[in-house]
Design a protein around this ligand. Structure first.
Ligand code: ZN
Length: 353
């Protein structure tokens, strides 16, 4: 099969396009003919080895977001048939540890991530356990479907599970121009919440409004954005801050919260450290919670249940992927360069031949 793979971690020139053996599905596994794979920053870490991400044996196939058609079923697999259109959940749970058996697969002790520890979606074929393969509506293109899992799973987990967003509440979504931010706006709107955003440019705020945000602040032009957020909330502040940035926006995010507010963090691109005013945390009854994410082993904090929940809304067209640029698989180097430039809006997708 054709695939993009690496034989060692490093710059974009380590991405190689060529032939690798077709995988064969084992017991309980499904072979998927991949049609599209979406990029995430996780792919950059996997390729370069930054953020201490270590990948599976070489040659290693990248890609954690993928969609395609069922090509073959391993022994014992029922419930899907060849030709069905599917999207893949990239976190493979062990199904046997205490957490899995207790119905908390999001805290599986031995999770493995496709595209990191296991072969990923930058290839014509990939195998995945049946539990990781979900059917998609005919109305969804493969490019749209591939652009869904990581960002919508993160947004759903943060807003629905971690801070229990309620209808009518006000959410501030930081970095609204990013993939996770765009997804968070839609999840919050689907929950009938009011959405305010911050972003690094007026153009990104305009795009966020098209996705359902009511108003926004450009934090490049207005670094002290909490003042504006308070003006937009009659002086109260917001119920929830959805933050994928971390350090650089921390103080202003914290100051944007109303009494009893909740802040959920799912990223640290703006810095790993923050000051925390314990007096305000304590007297203002603030909740701060983390999303979970990729660790030494596989990703923690995202459950199979959540995947089913947000895919229902995706299949009904209520949540939509924002697809930006589409590249042919063999141009994966160009796609990685664009991702690293940060000069794009929407998901970058590889179309697999
Ligand atoms: Zn487990």
């Amino acid at each position: 099969m054709k695939a993009v793979y690496i034989n060692e971690q490093g710059d974009v020139d380590k991405l190689l396009y060529g032939d690798l053996p077709d995988p064969a599905p084992g017991p309980g596994e499904v072979l998927v003919r991949v049609r599209a794979a979406a990029l995430n920053h996780l792919d950059i870490y996997a390729r370069s080895g930054s953020a201490r991400v270590r990948v599976g044996p070489f040659p290693h196939i990248l890609g954690s977001d993928m969609a395609g058609e069922v090509s073959a079923l391993g022994p014992g697999v029922q419930g899907l048939h060849v030709g069905e259109r599917v999207v893949v959940d990239y976190v493979v749970k062990c199904g046997m540890c205490d957490s899995c058996l207790a119905g908390q697969d999001e805290f599986c002790r031995r999770p493995l991530d496709m595209g990191i520890h296991l072969p990923g979606g930058y290839a014509q074929y990939v195998k995945a356990p049946l539990a990781n393969v979900h059917t998609i509506a005919d109305s969804l293109s493969f490019e749209e479907a591939a652009a869904i899992p990581l960002v919508f799973h993160t947004a759903w987990h943060c807003l629905v599970t971690q801070v229990r967003l309620r209808p009518g509440e006000t959410v501030l979504v930081n970095a609204a121009g990013g993939g996770v931010g765009s997804a968070a706006i839609q999840v919050a709107r689907a929950m009938s919440a009011r959405v305010l955003v911050t972003a690094g440019s007026d153009a990104k705020i305009a795009r966020a409004k098209e996705l359902g945000a009511e108003d926004g602040v450009n934090y490049a032009a207005t670094p002290a954005f909490s003042q504006r957020i308070r003006e937009l909330t009659q002086g109260d502040g917001v119920d929830v801050v959805f933050d994928s940035v971390g350090g650089s926006l921390w103080d202003e995010s914290f100051n944007s919260l109303k009494v009893g507010g909740r802040l959920v963090n799912c990223g640290v691109v703006g810095g790993h450290r923050a000051n925390l005013h314990l007096g305000l945390l304590f007297t203002r009854c603030i909740t701060i919670v983390g999303s979970g994410g990729p660790v030494t082993l596989g990703s923690v904090g995202r459950s199979r249940r959540e995947f089913v929940e947000f895919m229902r809304l995706v299949n009904r067209g209520i949540l939509r992927a924002v697809v930006g640029r589409v590249f042919p698989l063999e141009q994966a180097r160009d796609a990685h360069c664009l991702m690293e430039s940060r000069d794009f809006f929407g998901k970058i997708v590889l179309r697999v031949p």
